[in-house]
Design a protein around this ligand. Structure first.
Ligand code: ASP
Length: 439
């Protein structure tokens, strides 16, 4: 049995957290490959080491003195090393980093040092081999991740080593230039390593006990999700539920390796298991609720629209011309509505309207702003009757006016549009009807 374990920044923010991580790893033989993030925040006012590195490198780029900023970063690492009683010095590493900053090695290089150094400490603390991600995670000349090359190099390397630490978040181009994934990218590294190691499980350790059925800022102490499929996860993360980097599912998904989200501060909790498919039904008909505010609905009306071939294409072309992507397009007999992000749309509003007039020649266009979209997601909805009915009666009882309903043909989700100000009440009403009444 092989498990790849990735630990997030808050799990590695201090020596105390390192000790918890060490105990977790040592308590299971199978936890052979470890992917650490850079040290995160120790408290809400703290700064992540990654952000400190970006700031420090910005000084270097402007030819300003960055030595004090770099010293502060070294102090963060030294407090971990000393707290763990390790006989390890990062002086040499910091000398090299300072030289490379002077040579303007790039902000990706700068940010990657957070994981690189934490990986060295972790390997030393565990007695595991250290593998520099720059040697095994490959990017092409344009900075695109090279999945196949990486998998080949990395799996050959891992086959030769029993236990190792591979820092997250970065890799390198063939000429050696360091390149990072987008923020939170250590999740992706963990997934890549799990694939290359043919792992049985990818454990992603963070500071929450998995995914929650609803946003804890709206629902007090929401239930957690025990098992979720990749597709459900995608729907929920798209609508704002963030625990795992969106791209982290791709490497393991094809290999059928489940991801287990676990809590470093509560290792006894089972967390959330993310799987390709399952016969385990969720405890409630729904798996989760997520949503976002800040949408605009552009309502387009034209008599006999239904019989005009190409009408929808022309309308969407108007949005495409302005580089605006649409979220949902519910349509009626003589109407079609396009939901877009308010932020993206605002500056280009009049250009889009003019383009719709020019291309589709509608009778009228109306705009409604400040709308929220809520996704109610669940594999159980397919086999349950009355789900939509329950959602809407709950919303009616909560006095929420429903602006839009969109049920995907997969029957995996129902998307509901409400006014921004009704957003929280709507989420609460849906949570209550499914979770509190336990049906
Ligand atoms: N340290 C990086 C960040 O803060 C990557 C990660 O933690 O996954 O985004």
């Amino acid at each position: 049995m092989v498990k790849v374990v990735k630990f997030g920044g808050s799990s590695l923010a201090s020596a105390q957290q390192f000790v918890k991580v060490g105990n977790i790893i040592r308590s299971d033989e199978a936890r052979k490959y470890v992917v650490p993030s850079a040290p995160g925040k120790r408290n809400s006012k703290d700064t992540k080491v990654t952000d400190m590195l970006y700031q420090c490198y910005a000084l270097a780029e402007e030819d300003k003195d960055f030595s004090a900023a770099l010293k502060k970063i070294q102090e963060r690492y030294n407090s971990i090393i000393n707290g763990l009683n390790l006989t390890l010095s990062l002086d040499e590493q910091f000398k090299v980093i300072a030289e490379n900053f002077k040579k303007k090695a790039g902000s990706d290089y700068a940010a990657s040092r957070g994981e690189f150094l934490n990986g060295i400490i972790m390997a030393n603390y565990l007695g595991y081999e250290f593998i520099d991600a720059a040697e095994v995670i490959v990017f092409d000349e344009d900075g695109e991740f090279e999945a196949e090359k990486t998998n080949k190099i990395l799996s050959e390397r891992l086959a030769k080593c029993e236990r190792a630490v591979i820092p997250g978040f970065y890799g390198a181009k063939e000429d050696g230039t360091v390149k990072t994934f987008s923020r939170g990218g250590s999740d992706i590294t963990g997934s890549i390593v799990a694939k290359a190691a043919h792992a049985d499980m990818y454990e992603n350790w963070t500071d929450v006990s998995g995914f929650l059925v609803a946003d804890p800022r709206i629902i007090e102490n929401p239930e957690s999700i025990k098992v979720i499929t990749y597709r459900e996860l995608r729907e929920l993360s798209y609508m704002g539920a963030t625990v795992l980097h969106e791209d982290a599912v791709f490497p393991v998904r094809k290999e059928g390796i489940p991801i287990n989200i676990r809590n470093t501060n509560a290792p006894e909790d089972e967390g959330t298991l993310i799987v390709e498919s399952t016969c385990r039904q969720s405890a409630y008909t729904i798996t989760g609720i997520a949503g976002k505010k800040g949408f605009v609905a552009v309502n387009i009306e034209k008599a006999m629209m239904n019989s005009e071939v190409g009408f929808g294409r022309k309308v969407l072309e108007a949005f495409e011309e302005q580089g605006i992507s649409f979220e949902h397009v519910p349509s009626g007999i003589d109407t079609m509505t396009v939901f877009v992000h308010q932020e993206e749309f605002e500056g280009k509003e009049q250009e889009v309207l003019a383009a719709i007039h020019r291309l589709a020649k509608p009778d009228s266009i109306e705009i409604e702003s400040n709308l929220g979209l809520i996704a109610v997601v669940g594999r159980g909805m397919k086999s349950t009757r009355g789900t939509a009915g329950r959602i809407f009666s709950a919303l009616a009882h909560a006095n929420v006016n429903v602006k839009m309903i969109d049920q995907g043909s997969s029957e995996l989700n129902v998307i509901i549009g409400v006014r921004n100000e009704d957003f929280e009440a709507a989420v609460k009403a849906i949570y209550d009807i499914f979770v509190m009444t336990q049906i």
